[in-house]
Unconditional design. Structure first.
Length: 158
């Protein structure tokens, strides 16, 4: 997973602040000055450096949840509970964090499977939402475009 620009800035500035605080701490110890107020400032660089790592852990957990939800839909695309679980997890996707095209492809393919099941069940409005989600992830995918055209034709017929 790639780090975003603001995370890189936080990490670099947090590291620099930590170094400055260490130098000030050493200076305070040598001058026998109180170090209590200075010691409490060490929390700031620790948070600055730790924040991007916490975000990576959250993303890794999201990716596992997304894969599990996609597998549940693949087993039974018509299951409304599986559809809802996938839609909830996929709705949390932060495309700026996803550097692996395979993850985006999996999400798009799962949206497409759900849409096909919803079309078969006559849920054309919900199917349209899933097709639009798949199109945002893979605008050049011909299979998605074909299903989208079929849906438009079906809706026009009714």
């Amino acid at each position: 997973m790639k780090m975003l620009q603001y995370e890189i800035v936080l990490t670099v500035l947090g590291s620099l602040l930590f170094i400055v605080l260490v130098v000030l701490l050493i200076y305070s110890v040598v001058k026998k000055a109180p170090i209590g107020p200075l010691a409490t400032l060490f929390v700031v660089p620790i948070i600055m450096v730790g924040f991007p790592q916490i975000q990576m852990i959250k993303f890794d957990n999201w990716e596992v949840e997304m894969n599990n939800a996609a597998q549940a839909v693949a087993k039974n695309p018509a299951d409304p509970a599986a559809q809802k679980a996938f839609e909830n997890v996929a709705g949390q996707v932060d495309r700026s964090r996803v550097s692996d095209q395979a993850v985006l492809d999996t999400i798009a393919a799962t949206h497409l499977k759900i849409a096909q099941a919803q079309i078969s069940a006559g849920q054309t409005d919900r199917a349209r939402i899933n097709i639009e989600s798949a199109m945002r992830l893979q605008p050049q995918n011909l299979a998605i475009r074909k299903i989208q055209q079929e849906l438009i034709t079906t809706q026009q017929a009714h």
